[in-house]
Design a protein around this ligand. Sequence first.
Ligand code: PLP
Length: 433
Amino acid sequence: NVPLKEEDPEIYDIIEQEKIRQWSCLELIASENFTSQAVMEANGSALTNKYSEGLPGARYYGGNEYIDILERLCQERALKAFDLDPTKWGVNVQPYSGSTANFAAVMSVLEPHERLMGLDLPSGGHLSHGYATPKKKITSSAVVWDSMPYRVDPATGYIDYDKLEENVALFRPKLIICGASAYPREFDYARLRKIADINNSYLMADIAHISGLVAGKEAANPFEYCDIVTTTTHKTLRGPRAGLIFFSRTSPRNDKLEAAVNASVFPGAQGGPHNNTIAGIAVALKHAASPEWKQYAQQIRKNCAAMAAKLKSYGYKIVTDGTDNHLILWDLRPNGLTGSKMEKICDFVNITLNKNAVHGDRSAAVPGGCRVGAAALTSRSLKEADFEQIADYLNRATKIALRIQEKTGKKLVDFVAACAQDEEVKALQKEVE
Ligand code: PLP
């Protein structure tokens, strides 16, 4: 057994360089986090060698006595982390990712071409919630099912529940998906349940972004109102990259959800489970059920609120004028800057964030804002004052970007070339580092 460094120095070096990048940048991507050493050890373990199609106690391969123990333990920990009664909720821990979890979850309740409604991508929703462009059904969720999006109110940035209610009565979807990738506010699950009841529709919450907050009871509880709850495990939940599907055992719409979800995951959407990942999820979930998790979840929200307040104090426009969770949607259109330019200049000064569509953007190709998240740096123990300092860096980056744009005009390539040469950019980069 030769260590990676000797066996394949090229790959070893890429990993080392990426580690340096991750640790020397201010990581503000709202969907990312830093997993623990323990999660990574489990994820990189010998469990990756094993095939275990099926479920604990009912596998299609021999040699699964330890994998069965592992998967059952992971299920137990998932229910415990979200404070769920095992007689009322069950969970499938095998999805490879959030998108696969969503595909399998929808497949468990909808036949092909039945109808669903999810939050539109430019309103902060996720691709896997039925997203299609006006020209093409670019996601499997829009190819397989008939989808009609709902949106945020352009005046406020909040979900337009009245319009959703109106459209549910017309479109009569069998499933409503709530949850988002870029929505800074709380979801009104009680209202969503009421709306779903118009058509006796299933209600599914995709809590991928906020599951760490839900586990810490720092976000509203979707389990009180939903038939199905999905999540990724690698965002605020701080585990390895994967997904989970929770199914209600008491749904008045379906008393066979467990069998339907399990069959949709395997053989419906996937093959053999990634047991190394399941071990990593179990480690992360143990942490999510611990007393210090609450403090982490609280600190994420405090940090994010502090950063939002500081950005607002500089006069910037924050969608919905603030945040309830771990992210800020920053509308840069009033400043005359695109999200792409902001992302680029931030890359130059060692701040990592992503451009993001803001509702009302004229083209999806030119996102009008940025998404800024607080979870990853909260995991690195940063507090409110640090996040105010980050807001200050972001303010300075914006000012420099505007000065450079004035010189270079609209084109992104010219802007990037000028950033690479700019002395103020270099100075800010050194300071951030
Ligand atoms: N659901 C939501 C709300 C997300 O934000 C994401 C990813 O960002 C996903 C699902 C998909 O997760 P994955 O990238 O693991 O497929």
